[in-house]
Design a protein around this ligand. Structure first.
Ligand SMILES: Cc1ncc(COP(=O)(O)O)c(C=O)c1O
Length: 367
C-alpha cells in the first residue's frame, strides 16, 4: 500500500467543480489583481478568524514581515521568536532590520517555552512572535499577559494554524497584527503562493493595503515606500471555495490524529504530540531516537514521512553572523534530531492510517 506523506487529491477532487467554476469566473471577468474575489475573501477570512480585517498578500513570509513593519519594528528593536520553528518566522524579523531573540521550545508541547519568554525581554524588545507550530495553539493567555505587562506587541505566526483555537478563540486573532500563509499544503492552501494579515485595527489594515501595493493610496500617489505583495484573484477565488470546507477538513485531520494517538500510545520510545481537540494537526509529529531508521523502514513500506525541521534556524548558515552555537537551544536541537512527521491530510482513509500504525508497530517490535 502506498501512503504519501501529503496529498491534495481528496480535497481537490471534492471541490473540483466549484474551484474550476470560480477560476473560470476570474478568467472571464479578466481582472487578475486587486479585484472582487480578493475583497470577498478578505471579508470571509476575517469573519472566520474573528478579526475585523484581513489583508491578502503574496506569501506568509511577506505577511509576517509586513505585520512587523506596520508596527514600526525595525533596526535597534528585538523580537522574541521560538528557536524551534520554520526559518521564515526568523527571516521576517531579520528583514525588518530588528534582532531575532530566540527562546527554546517547551519539551512538553514543542512550542515556544513561555517561561523563557519573560527572561528574554530587554528594554529593546518590541514584540513576541508566537508560532502555532504543527497546528497547535501556543498558550495565548500567558503570552498576552506577558505582552500586556511589558508593553509588547504580539504578532502571531499562524501559517500552520488555520482554524486552531486557544480557549475557543481562533489563533491569528490575538495579536495586534497577525500573519498566515496559504502555501498549497497548508490547512487552507491556495494553488500557489499566498498569505494574509489579520488585525482588528482599521489603521493597520489600511496601511497594509497601501504597503502591499507599492505604498500607494490611489494609483499614482505613493506617500510611503511599499512593496509588491498581493494575493491574486485566482488564488482568492480558490481560497473562497476552500474556506467553506476548512472546518470539515480539519475534522478529518483530527480523526486521523485520534487514531494515531490511541494506536501508537506506548509503542517503542515514541513521544506523541499533545492530544488536543483545539489543534488542527497541520502536521502529526512524533519523536523517537530511531528517527532515521524508522523513516527508511516506513519508506520501504510505501509510507512517506518528512522532518519538520532537521536544522534549527540558529544553526543555519543564514544566521552564522549571529554566532549561535550548538547547545544554545538544547530542546530545539533535540527536536531537530528526533521529530518525524507521519502522513497527515484530509482524505487519508482508515486502511491507510491502519497501515501506517501497523508498520510503526512492526518497526518497534524489532527493537
Ligand atoms: C511556521 C511558518 N511560518 C511562515 C511560513 C512562510 O509561509 P510562506 O511559505 O507562504 O512564505 C511557513 C510556511 O512555509 C511556516 O510554516
Amino acid at each position: 500500500m502506498s501512503v504519501p506523506f501529503c496529498s491534495l487529491k481528496y480535497a481537490h477532487d471534492q471541490i473540483k467543480y466549484e474551484a474550476e467554476k470560480a477560476m473560470e469566473g476570474v478568467y472571464r471577468r479578466g481582472q487578475f489583481i486587486l479585484g472582487t474575489e480578493l475583497e470577498a475573501f478578505e471579508k470571509e477570512y476575517a469573519i472566520y478568524c474573528g478579526t475585523r480585517y484581513c489583508v491578502g498578500v503574496a506569501s506568509g513570509l511577506d505577511a509576517l514581515y509586513l505585520s512587523l513593519h506596520l508596527l514600526g519594528i525595525g533596526p535597534g528593536d528585538e523580537v522574541i521568536v521560538p528557536a524551534h520553528t520554520y526559518i521564515a518566522s526568523w527571516l521576517a524579523i531579520t528583514r525588518t532590520g530588528a534582532k531575532v531573540v530566540p527562546v527554546d521550545a517547551d519539551p512538553a508541547n514543542m512550542l515556544m517555552n513561555t517561561s523563557l519568554v519573560k527572561k528574554a525581554i530587554t528594554e529593546k524588545t518590541k514584540a513576541i512572535m508566537p508560532v502555532h507550530l504543527y497546528g497547535a495553539a501556543c498558550d495565548m493567555s500567558q503570552l498576552m499577559e506577558i505582552a500586556k505587562k511589558n508593553n509588547l506587541y504580539i504578532v502571531e505566526d499562524n501559517a500552520q494554524g488555520h482554524g486552531a483555537t486557544w480557549k475557543e478563540q481562533k489563533t491569528g486573532s490575538f495579536g495586534e497584527c497577525n500573519a498566515t500563509s496559504f502555501y498549497p499544503t497548508k490547512n487552507l492552501g491556495a494553488l500557489g503562493d499566498g498569505g494574509a494579515i489579520t488585525t482588528d485595527s482599521k489603521e493597520l489594515a489600511e496601511s497594509a493595503i497601501s504597503l502591499r501595493n507599492y505604498g500607494s493610496t490611489d494609483r499614482f500617489t505613493n506617500p510611503v515606500l511599499g512593496i509588491n505583495s498581493r494575493l491574486d484573484e485566482l488564488q482568492a477565488a480558490v481560497l473562497r471555495v476552500k474556506l467553506k470546507y476548512l472546518d470539515e477538513w480539519n475534522g478529518l485531520r483530527r480523526a486521523v490524529a485520534q487514531t494515531y494517538l490511541t494506536q501508537l500510545k506506548g509503542v517503542g520510545d515514541i513521544i506523541l504530540p499533545t492530544a488536543s481537540y483545539a489543534s488542527v494537526y497541520h502536521l502529526f509529529v512524533i519523536r523517537t531516537q530511531y528517527r532515521e531508521e524508522l523513516r527508511s523502514f516506513l519508506f520501504q513500506k510505501g509510507i512517506g514521512t518528512t522532518v519538520h525541521y532537521p536544522i534549527p534556524p540558529h544553526l543555519q548558515g543564514a544566521y552564522s553572523s549571529m554566532r549561535f552555537k550548538k547547545e544554545d537551544f538544547p530542546v530545539s536541537e533535540k527536536l531537530a534530531e528526533t521529530v518525524l512527521s507521519l502522513p497527515m491530510w484530509p482524505g487519508l482513509d482508515d486502511g491507510q492510517v491502519e497501515w501506517v500504525v501497523r508498520q510503526v508497530k512492526e518497526f518497534f517490535e524489532g527493537k
